[in-house]
Structure formats: C-alpha cells, structure tokens
Design a protein around this ligand. Structure first.
Ligand SMILES: [Zn+2]
Length: 278
C-alpha cells in the first residue's frame, strides 16, 4: 500500500468522501478531485488489470462481455465528435479496448479507411476482441514506438494511477497534430449521496470533472475541440425493465435509481476530443 497526493493540483489535503470494498475515496481540498489516497502499489494494480480481477474485501470480476449495442452507441458518439469528417485520420490506437466495441465503431464509421489497433491488459477481453477479427494485443506503451493519428481511452481514465503522466507519455505515440479521445465521468462535483455506485474501488482510482480533465489536456499542449456529454444510463426500455427486475431481487445491484433521477445524471458521461498543438 502507498499514499498519494492529488495528481491534478498536488495538494496533500483531502476530506473523506466514501468507503467501499475496504478502500476510501477522498475529495481533494484544492481542486475537488475524488481519488483513492491510500491504494495498492503500482505492481499490484497492473497485475490485477492483466487478470481482470482485484483483491479487496470482496473480489470484483471486471471482465464483462461484448455488447453489440455499445457499438451502435459509439457510432453515434463518433458522429457527434467528428460530423463525418475523419478523412485526416489513417491510424488509430484504442487503449484499454476491452471487447473491441469502440474499435468496431471506428472501423465502421470510417468505412474501413482507418487502420485500428487495440491494446488491452485483460487476457479474456483480448481473446474476445481477436475473435471478432480485431488487431488487439497488449504492449508497453512506453516502448511501443509506433505513431498514430488518433488515440482513444474509453473507461480507462479512472483506472489510471496517474492520468497526467499517462497522457504525457501518450503524446510520444501521436503524429504531429494527432488527436486524443478521452471518455470518463464528469462526476467529481456530485455529493457522495448522489454519486453513482458502485465506485468499484480499487479498480477505479479517481473520478474527475470536465474542468480537471480539460485542465490536464491543456497543460500538456492539447487544444480541446469538442466535448460531448451523455446520460450515465440510457433511456432504453429493455435496460429499464432489466434494472427494475434487478431492483426487486436480492443480491443484485440495480441502476433503477439513476433512471428515476435521469435528469441529474444526464450529463455524467463525458467524451473529450482534443488535438495536439503543433
Ligand atoms: Zn487537487
């Protein structure tokens, strides 16, 4: 275990926010970032991600499964972010590509004109993405040495022990004028009772806000081009019925309360498109 300071403003002062799975989430007194201050050391974190499982009071299984609905959702997001104008992008790297839904969305949205590569530490997800014909492996980004026109990180940010340092290293893999797509929650300003659960600690190590992620990108020399926000839960009848059934059954955690407070969570999911200034 080790203790860290806020990675955004550097403050060592924080207040208790919530506890889960034997870990504590604190709120930075300086900038409002939510983060796990006392955490497993980096070796334990990377081992855990490779296996898709984490040691805590209760073991979390974070492998999940492939979702065709997610491919459709991501194509709509790409339309919102690019408006059909992706001609300047030839190569794309998706970091933490999971089962490959976003890679498939990029391939299809660009009509096969973009060569998409994925890296994924979880061996089960790697196999699932490869079974769909995707070019997925797991490589060390620091020694990778290949350059891309665009790099995406979806559902990755909250897992990173030090997002500013990670994003700074990614710049070395971008071509001049290259782009980043960062997706994460805009939830640091929610009160602890409002914040969606579970936090999935210590799989997730921080929860940021739009101001924090934009601030990090600008410090690193990126120009933010588009920010698009989406609901934490989507208004689809099938999912709503499923969550209603789960709410009635013991031993299931249901997202029903997010549907009941839909407006509050309607902008909790954030995609940022940023371009490296030359
Ligand atoms: Zn801070």
């Amino acid at each position: 275990m080790k203790t860290v300071r806020c990675y955004y403003c550097g403050s060592g002062n924080s207040s208790f926010y919530a506890a889960e799975n034997g870990f504590q989430l604190v709120k930075c007194d300086g900038c409002g970032l939510l983060f796990v201050k006392d955490r497993p050391d980096d070796d334990q974190i990377s081992q855990a991600h490779r296996q898709g499982r984490h040691a805590g009071e209760k073991e979390l299984d974070v492998t999940g499964r492939y979702s065709p609905g997610r491919v459709r959702t991501y194509r709509k997001v790409l339309q919102d972010l690019y408006g059909g104008d992706m001609g300047h992008i030839r190569t794309w790297l998706d970091v933490g590509c999971g089962h490959g839904e976003f890679m498939l969305a990029v391939q299809r949205y660009a009509s096969g004109n973009i060569e998409v590569t994925g890296t994924e530490p979880n061996v089960h997800k790697q196999a699932s993405a490869r079974a769909r014909g995707l070019n997925v492996g797991y490589f060390d980004l620091e020694t990778h040495g290949v350059h891309y026109d665009a790099i995406s990180l979806l559902n990755v940010y909250s897992h990173l022990p030090d997002p500013p340092r990670f994003l700074e290293n990614l710049i070395k893999l971008l071509n001049p004028g290259g782009e980043l797509i960062v997706q994460t929650g805009d939830t640091a300003d929610f009160s602890a009772s409002e914040h969606y659960r579970p936090f999935s600690l210590p799989d997730h190590l921080s929860f940021a806000s739009q101001a924090i992620v934009v601030g990090i990108l600008e410090r690193l020399g990126f120009q933010v081009i588009h920010i698009r926000k989406y609901p934490y839960v989507r208004l689809e009848l099938g999912s709503m019925l499923k969550e209603t059934v789960k709410a009635l059954l013991p031993h299931f955690s249901s997202r029903l309360r997010y549907y009941l407070n839909w407006k509050k969570y309607s902008e909790a999911d954030m995609f940022i498109r940023a371009r490296l200034r030359n």
